[in-house]
Design a protein around this ligand. Structure first.
Ligand SMILES: Nc1ncnc2c1ncn2[C@@H]1O[C@H](COP(=O)(O)OP(=O)(O)OP(=O)(O)O)[C@@H](O)[C@H]1O
Ligand SMILES: [Mg+2]
Length: 246
């Protein structure tokens, strides 16, 4: 279980001499259990990715705590191998000079563990590719193939949680559905839970059974997908209505 308790995060306002701080996360409290997929949904700039970076331990909160099974996620030994991530654009998040095999095994190498070509090939098959991709480089992959490689890389350490920050947003709609279906299949096969970050409620409901509505750095409402029509908060209802009226 990931527990986010009273987390607040400030960033310096842009401008060399402004000296002002902007509150991007405002006393966030959230529990992410390991039995269902959860989505954090909210509009652009609401602080979703910032929260994601704190969960990954890439940045520290100004106050509050984030723990995994009771231990602080700020400790690399607590998070390493247990939480991984897939971001929007694989080609910019991976070193363009390393092969698919090197990219897939990198998280294991960072943990001083080995990862054979056979193991990498097995993972590629799981994500709908095959061993012939092992020697390819990022620029030799389509967007959908690249995202499949990113997913294989994220799964290489057998994580409990995978953070998906807008992980299908840059793909065209038919490929989006294929990748979302792949996520659902892998969730069963590999026993992982997703924490999805998106502003797209359709994608949110496709993949996740629990929705956390986020606005201006705060959790405004949490609801099960089955009850999504019963949203109480006005901001959440508007978010849903904006989809239904399209
Ligand atoms: N490193 C940083 N330094 C200063 N400000 C930042 C930094 N990272 C994010 N911000 C600001 O924090 C706010 C929240 O950004 P964040 O990326 O978390 O939003 P988001 O909800 O993920 O948006 P989007 O849906 O567009 O990805 C924004 O106003 C952004 O400009
Ligand atoms: Mg974001």
């Amino acid at each position: 279980m990931i527990e986010i308790c009273n987390v607040t995060k400030y960033y310096k306002e842009p401008g060399l001499f402004s000296g002002k701080k902007k509150k991007v996360l405002d006393d966030v409290n959230l529990n992410l259990d390991d039995t269902e997929n959860t989505v954090i949904i909210g509009e652009s700039g609401s602080g979703k990715s910032t929260l994601g970076r704190l969960i990954l331990g890439i940045e520290k909160p100004n106050s509050g705590t984030i723990t995994l099974d009771g231990q602080s996620l700020l400790k690399p030994s607590v998070r390493q191998g247990k939480i991984s991530a897939v971001f929007q654009d694989y080609t910019s998040s991976i070193n363009p000079n390393i092969s698919v095999y090197k990219a897939i095994k990198e998280p294991m190498i960072m943990m001083h563990r080995s990862f054979s070509e056979e193991e990498a090939e097995e993972l590629l098959v799981k994500v709908g590719l095959d061993g012939s991709y092992l020697g390819r480089f990022p620029h030799e992959l389509s967007g959908g193939q690249a995202q499949r490689v990113a997913i294989a890389r994220a799964l290489s350490t057998n994580p409990h949680y995978v953070l998906l920050d807008e992980a299908v947003s840059s793909l065209d709609v038919s490929i989006q559905v294929q990748i979302l279906d792949l996520f659902l299949k892998l969730s069963e096969e590999c026993n992982v839970n997703y924490l999805l970050i998106t502003h797209d409620i359709q994608i949110a409901c496709y993949l996740c059974s629990r929705l956390v509505i986020f606005n201006s750095g705060k959790v405004v409402e949490e609801i099960d997908r089955a009850n999504v029509s019963c949203l109480k908060n006005e901001y959440s209802r508007n978010l849903l209505d904006s989809i239904i009226t399209i």
